[in-house]
Design a protein around this ligand. Structure first.
Ligand SMILES: Cc1cc2nc3c(=O)[nH]c(=O)nc-3n(C[C@H](O)[C@H](O)[C@H](O)COP(=O)(O)O)c2cc1C
Length: 194
């Protein structure tokens, strides 16, 4: 699969087959992440790869976050139920990845570090797509960052960037429409004739 196909086919996957992902495939997507560009070549990322009890503990936390502000079970819309179920189980994904970035000495340093790790995480997701795997960029779980840090023993030198499940998709969602598919508003051309 070439890079354009991977970009187009990547979707936020919220339902997974129970099939395990091989450690060699997990390493392949991590290697793709590790080849991302980074500010001053700092390569400031760290990835926690979890399965089993810690992943389940994380999913319970995410379920509680998503349930907040919703009516009690039994009084929810089907869409609300689906969202809670997705969070509580991570759509049955067998693996969870937590992306961390090293804090900089100042706000600008931390911003550059964050950008570098976002590039790495996108590389990871595109590589996963190329391997037939699904992911879903999730920052919702950061609403309980202190608890998330406790689950995975994350020290203060790390900023939590995002989390994603990893697994084989059980169906792919339809691609959401682009706001500006012809890029008439989202791009400013300078020095080009129209
Ligand atoms: C910064 C960021 C945070 C996101 N957080 C969540 C999240 O907490 N939970 C979730 O289910 N999806 C989350 N998403 C996924 C978006 O909902 C998804 O990317 C968007 O709807 C477009 O769908 P697509 O990824 O299939 O193209 C997040 C995406 C990004 C980039």
């Amino acid at each position: 699969m070439d890079v354009f196909e991977a970009i187009m086919q990547r979707r936020s996957v919220r339902q997974y087959k129970p099939d395990e992902v091989s450690v060699s495939d997990i390493k392949k997507v991590l290697e793709a992440a590790n080849w991302a560009p980074s500010a001053r070549n700092t390569q400031p990322w760290h990835f926690i790869v979890a399965r089993g009890a810690k992943k389940d503990e994380f999913a319970r936390l995410y379920g509680q976050i998503v349930e907040r502000g919703m009516p009690p079970a039994g009084q929810r819309t089907p869409d609300q139920e689906r969202r809670v179920e997705w969070a509580r189980t991570l759509g049955k994904a067998p693996v969870l990845i937590v992306a961390l970035t090293r804090r900089g000495n100042d706000a600008a340093g931390t911003k550059a570090s964050l950008e570098s790790t976002c590039a790495a995480l996108e590389n990871l997701m595109l590589a996963a797509t190329a391997l037939g795997l699904g992911t879903c960029w999730m920052t919702g779980p950061l609403a309980e960052e202190a608890k998330l840090r406790e689950i995975f023993s994350i020290g203060p030198e790390w900023e939590v960037v995002a989390t994603t499940p990893l697994g084989y998709p059980d169906g792919l969602p339809n691609p959401p429409a682009r706001q500006d598919p012809e890029l008439k508003q989202k791009v400013t051309w300078i020095g080009f004739s129209s």
